[in-house]
Ligand binder design. Structure first.
Ligand SMILES: Cc1cc2nc3c(=O)[nH]c(=O)nc-3n(C[C@H](O)[C@H](O)[C@H](O)COP(=O)(O)OP(=O)(O)OC[C@H]3O[C@@H](n4cnc5c(N)ncnc54)[C@H](O)[C@@H]3O)c2cc1C
Length: 472
């Protein structure tokens, strides 16, 4: 039996790992595991350096952890999915492996790879470990996936209230007898990782220290603080969920341990965080239902062949944080510095790129993937299409965030802006959201001019989007 780790580098709530451990125990057979390091494939999917570094670091840590459970994990370099397929087929033949066990991945290319293996006669047993409620189980009365979040959420809650959800807990070691049979020859020695993701605690620390502290101390304030980028008011769990280092079912289990009535208390302050986890579920269920989203098609097909302006200079200014709108520029610097951006800012910069600059949301989607530590196709695609108004239950097209107003509301004193734009440290609070008049009056040469004027850009966006529905 071969255990194949993919987007699930964890020993808790890992159905594939549990299956292997229980079967090895009863059949008295040995178990080994593999994880592919596939730089070329990851780059093809635009994974960022920081995400890759984070994942490889955790794969190395898992070698040790699995050894203590009696499983030998080999890290295999395979450039592409094609190479992964060849490796598995050779390995199965050479070692007479009767079954390959893994947790499924929802993305299209990953599904194709698994299908190819099945077609070539590999016995591939797959489990589902990336969502709380299995995909395809939350459907409307006609048996289809919901197209609007709120009814999906109600049905999702009803499903969990009625059926509960599986949670497997921590894996237990194989009995001594089986350990002796293990082939440890491919074991890769764990090395300290000096990579770019070192500012992010490893999953073990996050799970045992950061997350419990978030639930204890911050959850009650989440509703109030979640939109303020200068405050650490959100959980910071996204890199761990996106890489499968922490299970979403583990997260819900912990929440329910602390707040047993949570599923029935939609008005409680704690629920607003669960609401976000349900958004995560919504976008994963949607990707499962609509694989074409993996090919970056607009969910709303009427926008599919829209002629975006795609001004390359504007795109460059947006990427570099040189738009002349401090909140946008500070947010883009947060992304390039941390490999992460606050949710409110993701919404504002995505709206700015697609509506103020009329640049294809796919350009922004790709750029985010190339820089985020938590890059996740389902959530990123969902977020971008929401902001661009091309998506499922998206912003209406006429809703264009005013970057100055957003700045005044969510960063009133400019604390966040000044963290990433120290150039503006001496500008008065009232002027920091759009400092151009102040700068001109005081003949300062601190900051670049705005690349577009908000009101004109908004009107242009209105006309642009309004012309669409009539063309199809
Ligand atoms: C344009 C855009 C792109 C995005 N790209 C990604 C991405 O690549 N990966 C990613 O994980 N999230 C993405 N999001 C969603 C959200 O911004 C991040 O999940 C959140 O900022 C992560 O910080 P946190 O863990 O502290 O969030 P918290 O506020 O603590 O939320 C907890 C968890 O809920 C989930 N969640 C929260 N908001 C959303 C949402 N809007 N959609 C789906 N799930 C959500 C995430 O798993 C998050 O970790 C994107 C949002 C937008 C608008």
């Amino acid at each position: 039996m071969l255990l194949w780790f993919r987007n699930d580098l964890r020993t808790h709530d890992n159905p594939a790992l549990h299956y292997v451990l229980s079967n090895v125990d009863t059949e008295k057979k040995s178990a080994s595991a593999i994880f592919f390091i596939s730089h070329k494939q990851w780059k093809k999917h635009h994974w960022s350096e920081i995400k890759i570094d984070f994942i490889v670091k955790h794969a190395r840590n898992l070698v040790e952890e699995l050894a203590s459970l009696g499983i030998s994990l080999s890290l295999i370099y395979a450039d592409s999915f094609k190479d992964q397929i060849s490796y598995i087929i050779d390995h199965v033949q050479q070692h007479a492996v009767n079954e390959v066990v893994a947790n499924s991945e929802v993305e299209f290319n990953e599904q194709q790879r698994d299908q190819a293996l099945l077609e070539q006669g590999v016995k591939l047993t797959l489990f589902e470990a990336d969502v709380i409620v299995p995909k395809g189980k939350v459907l409307n009365k006609s048996g289809s996936m919901f197209k609007v979040f709120t009814p999906f959420k109600r049905a999702w809650l009803a499903h969990v209230q009625a059926n509960g959800f599986s949670y497997l807990g921590k894996a237990q070691a194989i009995k001594r007898k089986a350990i002796k049979n293990l082939d440890l020859e491919h074991k890769v020695t764990s090395q300290p990782c000096k990579g770019v993701s070192k500012a992010w605690p490893v999953a073990r620390i996050y799970e045992h220290q950061v997350f419990p502290a978030f639930i204890d101390k911050k959850l009650s304030l989440y509703g109030e603080q979640r939109d303020i980028p200068s405050i650490k008011g959100t959980s910071g769990i996204s890199p761990y969920l996106a890489a499968g280092l922490i299970s979403p079912r583990y997260v819900l289990r912990q929440l329910l341990n602390k707040y047993p009535d949570l599923l029935f208390s939609v008005d409680s302050p704690y629920f607003s965080w669960l609401n976000e986890l349900i958004w995560r579920e919504f976008y994963r269920h949607l990707l499962f239902d609509q694989p074409r989203l993996c090919k970056h098609q607009c969910f709303n097909l009427k926008y599919q062949s829209i002629n975006w302006d795609n001004n390359a200079e504007y795109f460059e200014a947006w990427k570099q944080g040189r738009t002349g709108y401090p909140l946008i520029d500070a947010a883009m610097r947060q992304l390039s510095t941390l490999g992460w951006m606050h949710n409110r800012l993701r919404m504002v910069v995505a709206s700015f790129l697609t509506k103020h600059l009329l640049i294809d949301w796919r350009w922004g989607e790709k750029y985010f993937m190339q820089h985020l530590i938590d890059g996740d196709l389902a959530a990123n695609n969902g977020g971008w299409q929401w902001a661009a108004s091309t998506g499922c239950d998206a912003q209406p097209y006429f809703r264009v965030f005013n970057p100055i107003r957003q700045s005044e509301r969510f960063d009133p004193k400019g604390d966040f802006i000044r963290t990433y734009l120290p150039e503006l440290k001496d500008i008065p609070d009232s002027q920091v959201h759009f400092p151009h008049q102040y700068i001109a009056k005081h003949t300062l040469n601190l900051y670049w001019p705005a690349i577009v004027e908000h009101k004109q850009a908004r009107e242009k966006a209105m006309a642009f989007y309004q012309s669409r529905p009539h063309e199809y």
